[in-house]
Design a binder for this molecule. Structure first.
Ligand code: ATP
Ligand code: MG
Length: 722
């Protein structure tokens, strides 16, 4: 059999890794050196040359997008489909295992996944129920604490502490976990921990999978946490083979419990593993690669790697200093347009930022200029308020014990069930150890509520029960449609008079189409609805409506890991934004930010553009920043400054650059300046974007925070500077 096609397009080191005999392996190498490519070819090699069934291979990646891509690449290489091979994220695989072995895992069959939003809500309620002061015990911190403990494999009973603060945290953890267990809810960290316990404590389950998965391959191994790594070990047993690939310089999830030390632990736990290093970078121009190597060189504690390329030098890295975030966004848009004019595709462009909140201004700029864009993470479809409302109805329909869903929809749309009534329901639920649903039923049947409240609650229970009857044997999309109508959600958003309401109605309709196109796998014990709900919780963001449209890609630096784009913008390179405020005091966290910078830079194939803003309004507050230290870590020979940095105190020189008509002097007579924040009596707060004309005729363009951009006649607009 000619298998040369499996080795084509690989260098010697890569071939060695792909065609290795059966053994454990660590591929340790820098960005863009072909680690993921090696994994893909190795999988094909195992199947085609070593005759392993696709069923005996387990491949783990970091995002759903990466998993889908890996499957696609394997299939393309082999020319046939490998649908039955397990490729997924740790969370996705955990979900699958728990569905299959829910009894052994101590879960009800219809358990639901609790996303981080729901987790916050549940924590708030738990903290309240414990009569703790919410200010002193914020739900957010409790969430961090609990997730961190779960990532370390610790249950409340494992935590022994004399520290009174921690004792209270453990108390919250315990109460929260009891609430989850009662309602059949599993948070993200719990998914991983449950599977760990399942494999550890159930010999037959463990041995079943040990017999099945002969080869385990893990991409981005530097970002596994302790629990994930212990799964790998449990599944590997004594006989199976593990191949991991990773790069210590790209470890960026330490804040979420990832342990880069796992790379060393692997060598300790798999002493026969062969280490293979790849040193040639195939992704970026020499300029970008050298600049990135310089930046990461400032970190201590590295395993150390040399990366070189025989590619061209390419263009210098552009550095643009913007006056504020609006101007930064405009500059980026202008550069994307240039790229497009020169024949570049929009999907080849990525805008990267440190925080999700930074995307809004960038989005506005793109929207305003009519450039299509997609967002990964953050504003995901399934995260939107109205979609979550509708999904909560579906969840309650699927599982009455889902307290989080109950709380979300019991009075949405408003049906006269107030906080007071709900308080009573919660109290009864606590006192009798009932779920909210059962407590509400008891309150109605035992007439524990006043007349009106009782009727309102009874009506709500009827809606849900009635929906169940109507939905029997109906396809999923019809069930969803029924839910939207019978619940009153659709009518509520239709009646709302705002720009947002229209999009919300569209989103609800989009949800029906999402259920129409959703293909359930038909797994045993899972209704299509249950499968869809898991999909909504786990795979949110992977299936946006415009997935196939040519569009600019927006994402956080974290979610860009593993990806590559010809043109990359790294935005918001300011002290306090990136590196983030929180990290600047702590050396360990600063190094993690620097690795994130390295990840960002090495996403770029042809051209990297770095931007920063001297002043940035974020979360409603304007702040002045100095350029990020990472900029100064790039040798100046690799940088082209788009223009001399101008100070905020002398803005005239730069601001006159982008006005369209009148001279700067004429405009300044109006009393306004570009980039200024103004208040309009009807439209609220906004930022001055542009102007044209002079005298009484002059018009001014303002980007309002709530209603978007509008042209106004200065003389009539009644604007106040704020
Ligand atoms: P990261 O650390 O960012 O995840 P990686 O090490 O996984 O990067 P890949 O994504 O596998 O790198 O490869 C980077 C790019 O280089 C891809 O476009 C890939 O197709 C290409 N590439 C990898 N190996 C070779 C090779 N031997 N010849 C030509 N191109 C290659
Ligand atoms: Mg990779």
């Amino acid at each position: 059999m000619d298998v040369s096609y499996l080795l084509d397009g690989l260098n010697d080191r890569q071939r060695e890794a792909v065609s290795a005999t059966e053994q454990d392996m660590l591929v340790l190498a820098g960005a863009g050196s072909g680690k993921t490519r090696v994994l893909v070819h190795r999988i094909a090699w195992l199947i085609e040359v070593m005759n392993y069934s696709p069923l005996s291979i387990l491949a783990v990646t970091f995002t759903n997008k990466a998993a889908a891509e890996m499957r696609g690449r394997v299939e393309k290489l082999m020319g046939r489909d490998v649908q039955r091979m397990w490729i997924g994220t740790f969370h996705g695989l955990a979900h699958r295992l728990l569905r299959a072995h829910y009894q052994d895992a101590g879960l009800p069959q219809n358990f639901q996944i609790l996303d981080s939003d729901d987790q916050q809500r549940l924590l708030k309620r738990t903290i309240k129920a414990l009569n703790l002061d919410e200010k002193q015990w914020p739900a957010k911190q409790a969430g961090w604490y609990i997730n961190a403990k779960k990532d370390d494999g610790l249950r409340p009973q494992h935590i022994d502490t004399y520290d009174p603060t921690e004792q209270t945290q453990v108390q919250i953890y315990r109460a929260y976990q009891e609430a989850c267990d009662r309602a059949g809810l599993v948070d993200f960290a719990e998914l991983l921990l449950r599977v760990h316990e399942l494999l550890r404590d159930n010999k037959h389950v463990r041995e079943h999978y040990q017999r099945r998965f002969r080869h385990i391959l893990v991409d981005e191994f530097q970002d596994t946490n302790q629990i994930q790594y212990s799964w790998v070990r449990l599944l590997a047993g004594k006989e199976n083979h593990v191949a991991i690939v990773g790069d210590d310089d790209q470890s960026i999830y330490g804040w979420r419990g990832a342990q880069v030390e796992n790379l060393q632990h692997f060598l300790r736990d798999f002493p026969n593993a062969q280490t293979i290093r790849l040193e040639q970078n195939y992704r970026s121009t020499a300029t970008i690669l050298k600049a990135a190597n310089q930046v990461i060189g400032n970190n201590s504690d590295r395993l150390g790697k040399d990366l070189w390329t025989d590619g061209i030098d390419g263009e210098p890295i552009s550095l643009y200093s913007a006056f504020n975030e609006q101007e930064e966004s405009r500059y980026i848009v202008s550069q994307i347009k240039r790229w497009q004019e020169q024949g570049g595709a929009l999907s080849d462009v990525a805008l990267l930022y440190r925080n999700n909140a930074q995307s809004r201004v960038l989005e506005e700029g793109l929207l305003y200029s009519g450039l299509a864009y997609r967002i990964y993470g953050g504003l995901r479809f399934f995260d939107r308020q109205e979609v979550k409302d509708a999904v909560a109805y579906l969840r309650l329909l699927s599982n009455r014990n889902d307290d989080a869903a109950f709380e979300r929809v019991v009075n949405t749309p408003t049906r006269g069930i107030g906080e007071r009534t709900l308080g009573l329901v919660r109290e009864l639920a606590r006192a009798r150890q009932l779920t909210m649903w059962d407590a509400a039923r008891a309150m109605v049947s035992e007439s524990l509520l006043s007349g009106r409240a009782k009727n309102a609650m009874a009506a709500f229970l009827d809606i849900i029960n009635g929906l169940e009857d109507k939905c029997v044997d109906k396809p999923l999309s019809m069930q969803t449609d029924l839910v939207l109508k019978s619940s009153g959600l659709l009518a509520m958003y239709q009646a709302e008079q705002s720009d947002k309401a229209e999009t919300r109605v569209e989103n609800l309709k989009e949800l029906v189409s999402a259920t129409e196109t959703f293909v359930p796998t038909g797994e045993e014990g899972m209704t299509p609805l249950a499968e869809f709900l898991a999909h909504a919780a786990l795979e949110a963001g992977d299936e946006q409506a415009d997935a196939y449209q040519d569009a600019v890609q927006l994402m956080t630096l974290h979610s860009a890991k593993g990806l590559e784009f010809p043109l990359v913008f790294m935005t918001g390179l300011e002290e306090g934004t990136f590196p983030s405020q929180m990290s600047s005091g702590e050396p360990g966290r600063l190094e993690e930010e620097r690795r994130l910078c390295y990840v960002g830079m090495t996403r770029a194939m042809e051209k990297l553009i770095i931007t920063y803003a001297e002043s940035r309004r974020l979360y409603g507050q304007e702040n002045f920043h100095t350029p990020s230290r990472f900029i100064s870590e790039i040798p100046s020979e690799f940088i082209h400054e788009v223009r001399v940095q101008t100070r905020v105190t002398q803005p005239s020189a730069q601001r006159s650059r982008f006005h369209t008509g009148a001279s700067h002097e004429a405009f300044s007579q109006t009393g306004f300046q570009l980039g200024q924040r103004v208040l309009h009596q009807v439209f609220g707060e906004g930022t001055v974007l542009n102007y044209e004309g002079t005298g009484p005729q002059s018009r001014i363009q303002i980007n309002f925070d709530d209603v978007g951009s509008k042209w106004l006649v200065v003389a009539y607009a009644k604007l106040t500077v704020i």
